[in-house]
Design a protein around this ligand. Structure first.
Ligand code: CP3
Length: 350
């Protein structure tokens, strides 16, 4: 690769724009984090949210998997609840549990008490993204940075439940039972998530991913009525900046068409949906995914045989970014992800 290689020539950005690629680009959701010994080392003695607000740590942690694997994109190290913390919501990320909110949101007054996000509340984001973009420009001929935010439904689930939940029962009870409160909450979170993404894009992020991890809890009808318009507003605001948008959720086989129509250039497909089915559902858009994250625990040849099937299926898409079907499992062997990266990047073009 030329030393004067431009970021927009990167395999990742070509794939998300649906252009021919030099190889199938690959990155991994949760590529930074507990599977890496170097992450555990730098995180020692520092809480998760504290780490996310420290520009130097964010920069180091984001770069760790790029150095180790040579993946085709970096993803900004942060969390979907970080912007809520930044505006003053009393919450923490508990190790092994996830986000925990001290005073769950149930009423209109609760929603109205949440301030909007302004860029001056997240100076550490602007600083970290700026440093990352200049460092990444010199790695493997230019590695793009993906910014991200949580989608309104998934963030609402933490705010309403007060913590992680399996059924999202309180969240859906609010959605079905108090549509006015729900609407206000979704507007509030959509504005916060969009502002969080705008800060990352303004500082130089090349693409964004909107995580609606728990949207799979919804029927297509309820998704279309109660959730999609709000995610669509977030995606529209980022589209206006000219930045490609990836939209991902788990267990979303029946929602993939709608998630694309919400305004995504690329739809993330979880591993339960065969990639070819996902491609048919998203129509004229790119796809990202979708190796079962547990396949890295299988023998290498079993893992790479499945990866080959996914790469082959991905050729029918407008563009394909290889990824796991959800995040890297913390007990994953990094050497196995290194082998997977190498396999995908050296897999012959059709
Ligand atoms: O992908 C990356 O490498 C970037 C970092 C990233 C984190 N969270 C760091 C993190 C991203 C993109 C997220 C997004 C996120 N956070 C999502 C959407 C993605 C998905 O997995 O579906 C969700 C649902 C959350 C909420 C959240 N935060 C959960 C469920 C957890 C895990 C709880 C646990 O400990 O198992 C967190 C904490 C968290 N976010 C960790 C990391 C590295 C672990 C905290 C630690 O290392 O102590």
């Amino acid at each position: 690769m030329s030393e004067h290689h431009h970021l927009s020539d990167s395999a990742f950005l070509k794939a998300v724009r649906g252009e021919p690629v030099p190889h199938t680009p690959v990155w991994f959701m949760r590529q930074a984090g507990r599977s890496l010994p170097e992450y555990l080392k730098v995180r020692e003695g520092t809480g998760m949210l504290e780490s996310c607000m420290n520009a130097e740590l964010v920069t180091e942690i984001t770069l760790q998997p790029v150095r180790r694997y040579g993946v085709d994109a970096a993803i900004f190290f942060s969390d979907i609840v970080l912007p809520l913390k930044a505006v003053g919501v009393d919450l923490d990320i508990k190790p092994g549990v996830g986000p925990v909110v001290a005073d769950p949101v149930r009423t209109l007054a609760d929603v109205e008490a949440i301030p909007d996000l302004t860029p001056d509340q997240v100076p550490f984001i602007t600083e970290a993204v700026g440093t990352l973009v200049s460092e990444l420009a010199g790695i493997n001929g230019g590695t793009p940075l993906i910014g991200f935010a949580g989608a309104p439904f998934t963030v609402a689930s933490y705010l309403v439940e007060g913590g992680p939940s399996k059924e999202h029962a309180k969240t859906k009870a609010l959605m079905f039972g108090a549509p006015d409160v729900w609407d206000a909450l979704m507007h509030k979170i959509a504005d916060i998530s969009a502002a969080f993404l705008e800060v990352q894009v303004a500082a130089g992020a090349s693409a964004v991913q909107l995580f609606d991890s728990w949207a799979g809890a919804l029927t297509p009808g309820d998704y279309a009525t109660y959730v999609m318009p709000h995610s669509a507003r977030v995606l529209e605001r980022i589209g206006a900046l000219g930045v490609p948008r990836i939209h991902f959720g788990v267990g979303t086989t029946n929602l993939l068409t709608l998630m694309g129509e919400a305004g995504a250039d690329v739809v993330g497909i979880d591993w339960r949906t065969p990639l070819a089915d996902g491609i048919a559902r998203v129509g004229d858009r790119g796809v990202q995914g979708n190796l079962d994250p547990t396949l890295v625990f299988a023998p290498t040849d079993v893992m790479t045989a499945r990866a080959a099937e996914i790469i082959e299926a991905g050729r029918q898409a407008k563009g394909h970014v290889f990824n796991l079907g959800h995040g890297v499992i913390p007990s994953t062997d990094p050497d196995q992800l290194a082998r997977l990266t190498e396999f995908v990047q050296s897999y012959p073009l059709a």
